[in-house]
Design a protein around this ligand. Structure first.
Ligand SMILES: [Zn+2]
Length: 594
């Protein structure tokens, strides 16, 4: 992604009107100085979604979503930050300069690679549909034998690479593509002896892999030979393709996933195609490996609800178990659907029909039940050692749930299932908790816990922050007396640090611009919740401010005194009389200062 300078972001923020942008998606109702609506980000009957035209921010008091106009577009359109800024910039006619010199040529190079890939898609596809060679005919027969119809082949641009060494090279040459570009696209390989190249994919069925912008970024190629150990051959990593960052089918499925607020994850290309073609469109394929964090985050742009449907074989189960912990760690709700041994989604749909397939998905078990059954098969649940192994692996998953209530529910269930005490499990859980928190998990919480985080900020800190954001004159007054360390809440401390920084640089503080300084969405939410909350500060603001500042100063003194008392205790027990006297003197001076 190219870098967008902060002053350009600020320009976009200044020119955009949040009320106009939000009301292009949902109808807003006037409510005093603000606007209200049922929240677009969670289901509710009474509106708790507030938009403030004065402050140019929004906040939902139900799910704690909040931020400036950029955050709104990101959340509503499932966009990344730069993408959202670009979209808004276009609306308000702000040009985003191509910042780094390398930016533009790189973007062009990526376009070039996608273009070459698109040409290759056409070539492979035409081979499959109409090439006269014996191998192309064999490929058509093979697909027909697997129940893959012409409709499917056309919809998903399935193709075929001929058995020739230079079929693609020759075709791309006629299209004016240089060998260098073909090599950069990963389509050809240079010969070990001397110069010259040959086609990477030969005599294989080709599945083009598209990104969510529907550009072809890579290819998966399947052999039709039963005894070929390399069942699949994939494109190497290129400038447009990094392994583990794309999900096969996302380009076709994303709308349905968003609409149905859930996704089914299967393993193979064909496991994706058959259900999709039969009408189950909220589906993607992981291409036979465990999901990566990047892939999970890609899914999370559209939904938090995942049903895993992997092949009922050992490799499938293993890949699934590995994916589960990552999914939980990324705050996803996961269920697991099961098929009979030896079956995969493709064969299942063709044998039993799509309605039975849908039923399997609806009946998907909780992640807890699935993993427990899996482990009970792996270890001997009758022996003490076996039960210890099972609990250790179960706790590794349970510890990843951000919500304490869910964790304690699972502990209860696990204790019952294994006939062990909850206390013992809790002791074990404590040992592993926090060990593998991902940064995103540490930074982001879900549902009710999220709302609680904002409330956990003490009123004294909330008031000081709010006053500074409401009236700029309170900033230097606060800065002169209150240190960053005096704020106990980490988010508040981060925000105040930025405000002090703005003040030092002589800049005024605009709330939307302040929000755009933080990558952590949580911090924007603290600000939006604070600034749209209806519990207005009542009374003389100057007096409230002075009271709060005094309170923070008193607290600082108090903790200093406590620190000295601790040190005095230590000096006493080590018999250091001189140190003790020094500390006593310091303590008395502190008392006098109050
Ligand atoms: Zn909400």
């Amino acid at each position: 992604m190219t870098f967008i300078p902060q002053d350009v972001i600020n320009q976009v923020l200044e020119r955009s009107d949040i009320v106009e942008v939000v009301s292009s998606y949902i109808p807003l109702k006037n409510a005093g100085r603000n606007f209200k609506a049922p929240c677009p980000f969670h289901h509710e009957k009474t509106p708790s979604f507030v938009v403030s035209p004065d402050k140019q921010i929004y906040h939902c008091f139900g799910c704690d979503a909040g931020g400036n106009v950029i955050s709104f577009v990101m959340q509503q359109e499932h966009m990344e930050f730069p993408e959202a800024v670009r979209m808004l910039a276009q609306k308000v006619s702000v040009t985003i300069p191509e910042q780094n010199v390398q930016g533009k040529p790189r973007a062009q190079a990526r376009q070039g690679l996608c273009h070459v890939n698109d040409l290759a898609v056409k070539y492979f596809h035409r081979n499959l549909l109409s090439d006269k060679s014996a191998e192309a005919k064999a490929a058509r027969d093979y697909l027909k034998g697997r129940g893959i119809t012409l409709d499917v082949v056309e919809k998903f641009h399935v193709g075929f690479a001929l058995e020739k060494w230079d079929g693609l090279i020759e075709f791309l040459r006629t299209q004016g593509v240089s060998l260098r570009l073909m090599e950069k696209a990963g389509l050809i390989i240079s010969k070990t002896k001397g110069d010259g190249f040959y086609d990477r994919f030969r005599n294989r069925i080709i599945f083009p892999i598209f990104n969510i912008k529907k550009q072809c970024v890579a290819f998966g190629a399947r052999t039709m030979e039963k005894d070929n150990p390399a069942k699949y051959l994939n494109s190497p990593e290129t400038e447009v393709y990094v392994k583990g960052q794309h999900l096969y089918g996302m380009n076709w499925a994303k709308e349905a996933i968003g609409r149905q607020d859930s996704v089914i994850v299967v393993e193979g290309y064909v496991d994706f195609m058959t259900p999709f073609q039969a009408g189950v469109e909220n589906i993607v394929a992981s291409s036979g490996t465990a999901l990566t964090v990047e892939q999970i985050r890609l899914i999370r742009r559209y939904t938090h609800n995942v049903v895993m449907l992997f092949d009922a074989d050992q490799a499938g189960e293993k890949a699934m178990i590995r994916s589960l912990d990552l999914l939980v760690g990324e705050g996803m709700h996961v269920r697991v659907a099961a098929l009979a041994a030896g079956e995969d989604p493709d064969s299942f749909v063709r044998r039993y029909g799509i309605e039975k397939f849908k039923a399997r998905v609806t009946q998907a078990r909780s992640l807890f039940d699935f993993k427990l059954t899996f482990l009970k098969n792996k270890y001997d649940a009758k022996s003490v050692e076996g039960r210890a192994e099972i609990s250790a692996e179960m706790l590794a998953t349970i510890s990843r749930f951000p919500n304490a209530i869910i964790r304690s529910e699972y502990i209860k269930k696990l204790a019952q299932a294994l006939f062990v005490s909850q206390e013992a499990l809790l002791v074990e859980l404590k040992k592993i908790s926090g060990k593998h928190l991902t940064p995103s998990q540490a930074g982001r919480k879900t549902g009710s816990e999220q709302a609680a985080t904002t409330q956990k900020i003490r009123p004294v800190e909330r008031n000081v922050l709010r006053l500074m954001l409401e009236e700029e004159s309170f900033i230097p007054l606060t800065k002169a007396e209150v240190l960053l360390a005096d704020f106990r809440n980490e988010h508040v401390r981060n925000i105040v640090e930025k405000i002090y920084e703005f003040c030092e640089q002589g800049n005024s503080v605009s709330i939307p611009a302040l929000m755009s300084c933080f990558d952590d969405q949580k911090i924007s939410q603290v600000i939006s919740s604070l600034m749209t909350s209806e519990n207005a500060l009542v009374g003389d603001k100057k007096k409230i401010h002075q009271d709060c500042v005094n309170r923070l100063l008193q607290e600082r003194m108090k903790s200093k005194r406590q620190e000295i008392l601790h040190q005095m205790e230590a000096a006493k027990s080590s018999g250091d009389q001189k140190r003790l006297e020094e500390l006593a003197l310091e303590f008395n001076q502190l008392l006098k200062r109050e």
